[in-house]
Design a protein around this ligand. Sequence first.
Ligand SMILES: C[S@@+](CC[C@H](N)C(=O)[O-])C[C@H]1O[C@@H](n2cnc3c(N)ncnc32)[C@H](O)[C@@H]1O
Length: 339
Amino acid sequence: MCGWCVRIRRRRPGGSGSGPPAAGAHPIPGSLLATGAGKPVRIRLHRRKLAQGQDKMDWRLKVGRQAVLARLPFGHGLRRAKRRLFGYQPNLDNLRSTIEAWTQMRQGLERAGGAIEGATVLEIGTGWFPTIPVLQCLQGAKRVYMSDLNVHLDEVSFTATLDFLRQTWPDDARLRAIRTRADLPLTYLAPFDVNDLPDGSIDLVTSRTVLEHIPPTDLVQLFKALRPKLSARGRMVHLVDHSDHLEHSDKSITKINFLTWPERKHAWVNRLTREGENRLRHHEYPALFAEAGYRVTLEEHMVHEPTRQLARSLPLQPHYAAMTPEQLATMASLYVLEP
Ligand SMILES: C[S@@+](CC[C@H](N)C(=O)[O-])C[C@H]1O[C@@H](n2cnc3c(N)ncnc32)[C@H](O)[C@@H]1O
């Protein structure tokens, strides 16, 4: 059995959990428009194949490299120039898992009574490859606001995303017809200021692997600020990766290695890299959502069984040592929220 897709717990108001996914279920629908509705949900994150040697980068080396890159003068401009000159080859497995993630998010949204069709969408933290916003447009969103802390997306990464989607759905005429970003109802807001959005203008807020990068107090502040921006049908759907992201490229550490660090060390690593995760566990998010004025209308999560088994043997910090192995080993969550 795949270590990632071990257990999914589902909670709906007034409903009970559903069983595990059927073996062999594949979340990418054959048609770009299909939701794959009826197929079991399977939360799967960062299960990408790493090139030989890529999984051997010591996490300390990675932190050092990120610390230097984050401080390079004109670093962002240099990276853009490099992309324009030499093109950009995205990690295809990562893009594929992004499509799967959006399929799961859309299924969750629909089960909670929402829909992408006709919706004005705000995506928080679009990143470099706007896979999800392009799919949302093609699946009927009226407009998609892509947003980010800083400018990451450019025409090179947009074209790379489009090429990948065309390879995935070679028969889709609409994908073939897109030439530039302007051919889709897309708006890029970076650096993002929530005050730029008119009140009542957003039907759906989405994010994938973003909330874990936002400190808890900032998360509450952002979600509070977004509340008046939501329309009467306003909803949110968020997919969160709770794993230690340094483990993605250093398989010698556990998926919850960062829970063994004192707060000072964790803050220090985040300061060095100018990013990092908040270490919030799955069950700690709903209280923050409630503080910001939202209720969870659908929630699904995935427990990583090998981590559940070894959790008790790790030298965890007291805050985490008080949690159950299942809480510690919950590696991915899907939340659908309503004000
Ligand atoms: C791991 S990347 C995910 C990118 C994209 N959502 C995806 O699935 O490929 C995290 C993204 O979140 C953005 N981000 C982090 N904190 C944010 C915040 N407070 N507000 C908006 N975006 C944020 C980062 O700039 C980055 O683009």
